[in-house]
Design a binder for this molecule. Structure first.
Ligand code: MLT
Length: 264
């Protein structure tokens, strides 16, 4: 089912009476990056995904976003759909949103799945990269930015392994609205560091990272997982930063096992 909540495009699949899981996508992607997970989970779980403000089919507005506003958006969907302690699953920028949402109001959630993300805020080098990205979009356009940024998110062999999916995603990213993309860059650049709050997370947590993730490498994710009490780390083979797209069967089985164990 497709809905508009708080000017965001929200997608639901599965029986509303089943346990809910909400998926938050990465940058500069949209909700479809979770299609394979939702397909695998929809018979047992009530699956909710959405396009983050400024991306996909959600409201663009003036492009003035903050990570805090992204978190309020997530809460608004949970409230509107009356989701009872959903599992929260976020990748990269979706993970920044998930970590901030959980460290602010953990009681809203039942469990946490973090894919290819980090708790640290941008350092100076990272901020300069964001500034250069905004400049590239202004001077050369969104397509040039996507051509530069997106290939680095995938495993070096992605074109040999699944060129069709890769090209589809690349083309989808090129249709994103530049105002929304630049707004998301500023929201990431100005986000808080959530590292100190990791030790207070008491939700069952699964941490997934691609073996060849160049953006948030396994070493970094191992440190993140180590700081969250009881968190389980799984390294995803044959995958870069985009684990749910690059090795969906493996990711699906890990998520399903994690969720099934919560029911015991
Ligand atoms: C993402 O996949 O969401 C981005 O790589 C996040 C970022 O640029 O920090």
């Amino acid at each position: 089912m497709k809905l508009i909540i708080n000017s965001l495009k929200v997608f639901t699949k599965g029986n509303k009476n089943n346990k809910p899981i909400i998926f938050v996508h990465g940058f500069p992607y949209n909700h479809t990056m979770w299609d394979k997970q939702i397909e695998a989970l929809k018979d047992k779980y009530y699956c909710v995904s959405y396009d983050i403000r400024g991306l996909g089919e959600s409201y663009i507005g003036d492009g003035q976003y903050t990570m805090e506003a992204f978190v309020w958006d997530l809460y608004s969907i949970i409230d509107e759909l009356k989701l009872d302690k959903p599992a929260l699953c976020g990748l990269s920028m979706g993970g920044y949103i998930a970590l901030r949402a959980v460290t602010k109001e953990e009681k809203r959630f039942g469990s946490l799945i973090l894919c290819d993300t980090r708790s640290e805020a941008d350092n100076n080098e990272g901020k300069l990269k964001r500034s250069n990205a905004i400049n590239k979009i202004n001077v050369e356009g969104i397509e040039a930015f996507v051509d530069e940024f997106v290939p680095g998110c995938f495993h070096p062999k992605i074109k040999e392994r699944n060129n069709e999916m890769y090209q589809r995603i690349l083309n989808e990213c090129k249709t994103q609205n530049p105002i929304g993309v630049k707004g998301a860059l500023i929201a990431m650049l100005s986000r808080l560091d959530t590292t100190e709050s990791l030790e207070n997370i008491s939700l069952p947590t699964l941490v997934l990272v691609g073996k060849k993730d160049a953006l948030t490498p396994p070493k970094l994710m191992k440190e993140l997982a180590h700081k969250i009490p009881g968190a389980k780390l799984v390294v995803v083979p044959k995958s870069g930063h985009m684990t749910p797209l690059e090795n969906p069967n493996f990711v699906n089985s890990k998520i399903l096992t994690f969720l099934k164990n919560l029911d015991k």
